[in-house]
Design a protein around this ligand. Structure first.
Ligand SMILES: [Mg+2]
Length: 388
């Protein structure tokens, strides 16, 4: 029997706007800013095959997807769309000097293709473990504009999330802020919702020094936080620095969001650099690569936590035992419509997207499991780039 082939790839680009969204001190962190509008171009990638079945993936920012497909398309055209392991390994080697995150664009689309061929959701192909997933509310960074501008506003928002159903809340603190306010934020959250919500903080590598990380870590100990993540400006990659931090605080730390790929994760674990293992479909080579990391962590007796939301993570987490939460975000009490409404609101990661128990649903259709809203996508269409 002849092997099937990938015959054509399309990047379908459409516009999305977020109202009342700006950026903070250096233009990188998105934060609440009344009256500002954040414009972006988003992308659906579509893989055609000679089987007549396609694979589709809402792959996020269009520039990133077009850049990735520009590097990979010549290699991918003519390949077997079922050959995900071969494609993962070839691209891992082929993109070693550029950007291995591009692997995820191809890999997820090909998992969607496989699910559609077999007529089952991806989580079933991976091996099912659970039907719904506990989610944490993951905030936007703190702002200076009256959205999440004080420890009291963060704690008020945590209580609002609790009332919706969330039983876990993660703070992204302020950019370039006094460390005393970060410490106060941790302690206030602990006072207001500690004991009834799991609390986490992710400074997203903003703190200037290891000592600042230690100060906030000690506050996390006092407030009973579940984890401290990517605290300081080592960029999240120092095994030695985090091993030393682990010696000084009791709160578990969560590293490896910024260590891309299986081997680097295993090195980080064996060198004692983390308690919980961060993994992501985008960062670690698609669903194929992320599941390798999840199972490697399982072999060390550790838990993984998936970075960010999105359909691929719902499928992965539904099929992984050693993980605790789905990251639902980013959220700010004064901002809505942060994700393009291209499939059912049940799956689009907005504030109200959990049930009364704080769980999210896992799509049960074939492949990624949702119906894309082509009326919306076509109404906001910018261009379609074709590779063939
Ligand atoms: Mg993070």
């Amino acid at each position: 029997m002849a092997e099937p082939k990938i015959t054509k790839i399309e990047a379908i680009v459409f516009e999305h706007q977020i109202q009342d969204m700006g950026t903070d001190y250096n233009g990188f962190n998105q934060v609440y800013e009344k009256g500002s509008v954040l414009n972006s171009q988003q992308c659906i990638v579509r893989f055609h095959t000679d089987t007549g079945v396609t694979g589709e993936y809402p792959s996020g920012p269009a520039e990133r997807t077009k850049h990735g497909l520009g590097m990979m398309a010549n290699y991918l055209l003519g390949k077997n769309p079922f050959g995900r392991e071969k494609i993962y390994n070839d691209l891992k080697r082929g993109l070693r000097h550029t950007d291995r995150t591009a692997i995820s664009i191809a890999d997820v689309a090909l998992w969607d293709f496989a699910g559609k061929v077999y007529g089952v959701p991806i989580h079933q192909l991976l091996g099912g473990w659970r039907k719904t997933i506990p989610a944490y509310a993951s905030t936007y960074h703190g702002d200076e504009n009256g959205g999440l501008s004080t420890p009291e506003q963060f704690a008020d928002f945590a209580e609002q999330c609790y009332d919706i159903g969330y039983r876990a809340f993660k703070i992204h603190g302020w950019g370039d802020a006094p460390i005393a306010r970060e410490v106060a934020n941790v302690l206030e959250a602990g006072r207001r919702v500690g004991g009834k919500m799991d609390l986490m903080i992710d400074p997203a590598c903003e703190y200037n020094t290891w000592v600042d990380a230690l100060r906030v870590g000690k506050a996390c100990d006092e407030a009973g936080f579940l984890w401290l993540e990517d605290a300081y400006k080592d960029g999240g990659v120092s095994m030695f620095g985090h091993q030393r931090l682990r010696e000084k605080i009791k709160t578990p730390i969560l590293q490896t969001e910024h260590v891309f790929g299986l081997e680097g994760h295993v090195d980080f674990i064996v060198n004692g650099g983390t308690d919980l293992v961060r993994v992501g479909v985008y960062e670690d080579g698609g669903i194929t690569g992320a599941m390798k990391v999840a199972h490697a962590a399982e072999g060390f007796g550790l838990d993984v936590e998936f970075h960010g939301g999105g359909l691929p993570h719902r499928h992965c987490i539904a099929a992984v035992r050693n993980t605790n939460y789905y990251e639902l975000g980013l959220l700010n009490p004064k901002v809505s419509g942060t994700k393009p409404p291209i499939y059912s609101p049940e799956f689009t990661d907005e504030l109200e997207g959990v049930d009364a128990n704080g769980h999210v649903a896992v799509p049960d259709g074939p492949g990624l499991g949702v119906e894309l809203d082509w009326d919306y996508i076509n109404a906001h269409h910018v261009e379609t780039v074709t590779y063939e």
